[in-house]
Design a protein around this ligand. Structure first.
Ligand code: GLC
Length: 556
């Protein structure tokens, strides 16, 4: 096994941690997190084993979509800090062995962006064609509105010139016209700017919408994927190890297209939305088969590319790829009240409350996250099992401040609780019960467990690099998969059921091998009988094993 080969393509086996500066740590007591606060927590993040930080948007913004509505791509919102602070942050993170990637939100701007202000001024404005204008909206729009609670069309009429502009998201987020060469150049300039300041790449927002320009035939000369190939080539010229992580919520086949050709010349990382959604269906049913099927439906991916796996992110838990009945099953299990649901397609919850705080079940789910094929992405607070605050409107319910201590402001800020950027949850998942300070002193806590699992994950490159195969098992509730890389294999087993079981797994490996337990199940090794494994699992039990051939060298 060649660990030496793993560094160039660092994204194939990273541990990514997403956070929003404004809800992480407030250093100056104004109730809003800031870059200086985050810098104080860089050692915390390095300590839990994070290898790449993903920062949500920190650009100047009127904040009508939590910073995803940007007025200047080359600056930092003064509420959060300065450009100098961000460079210091990148520098400090790099020193502690962590890379930084940032959100690249160029599907749209804020309607307050100077480009849009100029564009809407007149039909002859130099920025007119930076956005997508039509005399009439197409009779059959190319897409549905993303936020049906707030918008009823992706086209809005602007009174000044009587034309309509495209916006896939809110009407205050006009779509940039990526078919315009000047816009493409500007996007490259933005990427180049941040690469120069030391970031390792971008999480690219809303990619399918970015390359879709309104669907009026005949007037747009754009090879959508050509734009992504150009951007990727540009980034690689500027910085060979830079990465593009795409938000593309599509079924497996169209999703695969965003990796590019056989060699992978577009986005190196794509969030695995289909597997994530199937995982929730499997959890709801306590039946591993939907997850196994989703893994098997994943097309092979180019060698330099990788899935980004996740349990939760900053948006609603979207279940739009499930059938109506399947989605209803997940709603019934994990978010039965209408106030927990959003847009008819998702849940505005974090995992621990969905699982009623069941520690064993939560750990099984995170064990899945760290062992399924891909690079795991954590959302801040997942390491301690934070819950959502349903009193906060819409998708923001999962974006409450990080819970550092059991104080009324959770150690997030010195400001009075009423001044916090967002209110903290109360009760079972509030800071009194769930916080970093208490969990780091407890070796049985979720956080201590998470640190051990992340360490093990980092020592197990087969999981990120290997080719995964779903193994057949005697129990429908149990998922078993094997990852093979070079001459090493790792087997992971997860019981999604709430009953203990004895499961028989077809390992298909050397019958004389031994299985070395990689987690802390208490049994160090298991013999293999023939090429099968009989295993006793607790409710929601999980195991990771390295397959050690008879003559193999053992690792700690
Ligand atoms: C992406 C982001 C979401 C944002 C939207 C518009 O889906 O994840 O938070 O509102 O794009 O930028």
């Amino acid at each position: 096994m060649s660990t030496a080969r793993t560094s160039d393509l660092w994204w194939k086996n990273a541990v990514v941690y997403c956070l929003d500066v404004e809800t992480y740590l407030d250093s100056d007591g104004d109730g809003c997190g800031d870059v200086e606060g985050l810098i104080e927590r860089i050692d915390y993040l390095a300590g839990i084993g994070v290898s790449c930080l993903w920062l949500m948007p920190f650009y100047p913004s009127p904040n009508r979509d939590d910073g995803y509505d940007i007025t200047d791509f080359y600056a930092v919102d003064p509420r959060l800090g300065s450009l100098g602070d961000v460079v210091t942050l990148i520098r400090t993170a790099t020193d502690r062995g962590m890379r930084v990637i940032i959100d690249l939100v160029v599907n749209h701007t804020s309607d307050q962006h100077p480009w849009f202000k100029s564009s809407r001024r007149s039909k002859t404005s130099p920025h007119r064609n930076w956005y997508v204008w039509r005399d009439e909206p197409p009779a059959e729009p190319t897409a549905d509105v993303v936020f049906p609670d707030a918008e009823d069309s992706i086209w809005t009429k602007d009174d000044k010139t009587g034309q309509w502009y495209l916006h896939h998201f809110y009407s205050h987020q006009p779509d940039l016209n990526i078919a315009h060469p000047a816009v493409r150049e500007e996007v490259a300039k933005i990427a180049g700017f941040w690469l120069e300041l030391g970031v390792s790449g971008f999480r690219v927002d809303a990619v399918p919408y970015l390359i879709e320009t309104g669907g009026v035939p005949g007037d747009v000369d754009l090879d959508p994927h050509g734009f992504l190939k150009d951007l990727r080539a540009f980034m690689s010229r500027r910085r060979g190890d830079s990465v593009l992580l795409g938000e593309v919520n599509l079924p497996p086949r169209p999703l695969r297209a965003f990796f590019g050709d056989d060699q992978g010349d577009e986005l190196q990382l794509l969030f695995g939305f289909p597997v994530m959604q199937a995982m929730y269906l499997a959890l709801a049913r306590r039946d591993a088969r939907p997850l196994a099927e989703a893994l098997e439906a994943n097309p092979p991916i180019p060698p330099d590319c990788q899935w980004a796996t996740f349990v939760r992110n900053h948006d609603e838990l979207t279940l739009d790829q499930l059938s109506d009945d399947e989605r209803q099953e997940v709603f019934d299990a994990f978010g039965p009240e209408p106030g927990m649901q959003l847009y008819g397609r998702g849940l505005r919850r974090r995992l621990p409350p969905m699982l009623d705080g069941d520690q064993q079940r939560m750990r099984m789910v995170y064990s899945l996250l760290f062992s399924l094929p891909g690079t795991p992405v954590l959302f801040y607070g997942e390491e301690i099992g934070m819950g959502e605050n349903l009193d906060i409107e819409g998708r923001m319910s999962v974006r409450s401040p990080m819970q550092w201590t059991d104080e009324p402001t959770a150690g997030f800020s010195q400001a009075p609780p009423s001044k916090l950027r967002r209110p903290l949850p109360e009760g079972r998942f509030g800071p009194l019960a769930v916080n970093v300070t208490q969990q780091r002193r407890d070796t049985d806590s979720l956080m201590s467990w998470m640190e051990r699992v992340i360490r093990r994950r980092r020592e197990t490159p087969e999981l990120g690099w290997g080719e995964a195969t779903v193994l057949s098992t005697s129990e429908p509730a149990v998922l078993a998969h094997r990852s093979d890389w070079e001459d090493g294999s790792v087997v992971a087993v997860h019981n999604l059921g709430d009953e203990p079981c004895i499961v028989d797994i077809e390992l298909a490996c050397d019958p004389h091998s031994t299985l070395v337990d990689l987690l802390d199940s208490g049994v160090a090794t298991h013999p293999v009988a023939g090429d099968r494994l009989e295993l006793q699992l607790e409710r929601y039990g999980y195991r990771w094993f390295r397959v050690q051939p008879p003559s193999g060298r053992s690792a700690p």
